[in-house]
Design a protein around this ligand. Sequence first.
Ligand code: 5GP
Length: 189
Amino acid sequence: MNTQVGKLFVISGSSGVGKGTLLKELLLQHPDLNLSTSATTRHPRPGEIDGVNYFFVKKEDFLNSVKNEEFLEWTEFNGNYYGTKEAYVKKTLSKGENLILEIETKGALQIKSKLPDAILIFILPPSLEELEHRLRGRNTEDEESIQNRLNEAKREIECSKNYDYRVVNDDLKKALKELEEIINKNLNK
Ligand code: 5GP
C-alpha cells in the first residue's frame, strides 16, 4: 500500500515464548512505537485491563464487527476470537506513526497479503520442551489449554517459515538486542 506512511511490524510467537516481556522492554526503549490493542472474546486473565491489554467483547459484538468488515484481520484461536480493527491501523499509519501488532500467524499472514510492506517477526522458543516448561510455570491455563497451545505452537513454528525474520528467545537480552536491530534497520529504511 503506497499510502502507508508509518511502519507496521507484526510480532508473533507461541504463547509462553516470552513475547510479552520482550515487547514490554522494546516499547520502553522505543517511544516511537505504538502497540495495537486487539479485540477478543476471551475472558480477561487476572490483572488484565479492558482497553489496555485487549478490548474484551461479547461474541455477538465481535461477529457483528466481522459482518461489518471492521477487521483488517481476525481469527479463532483456542476457542476464542481475536481481531485487529482496520480503522485504527490505517489511521495510525497515515499519521506517520509506527505500529506493532502482537498477533498469531493466521492473522499475520492476512496482514502481509493486504499490506505487503508489513514486517513480520516471529519469536521462537529455544525448544518445544522449554516452551512446555514455561507454559506450565505460568499457572494460568488448565491441562487441555496447555495441550492446545502446544499443538498450536508446533503449527505456528511451521508457519513462521513465511516470516521476514525469526528470533530465538533463549536469552532475553540477546533476543531483545536482535529484535531492536531488526526494528531500527526497518525504521531507517
Ligand atoms: P492470549 O489469549 O494468550 O492473549 O493470545 C492468544 C494468541 O492470540 C496469541 O498468539 C496472540 O498473539 C494472538 N492475538 C492477540 N490479538 C490478536 C489479534 O488481534 N489477531 C490475531 N490474529 N491474533 C491475536
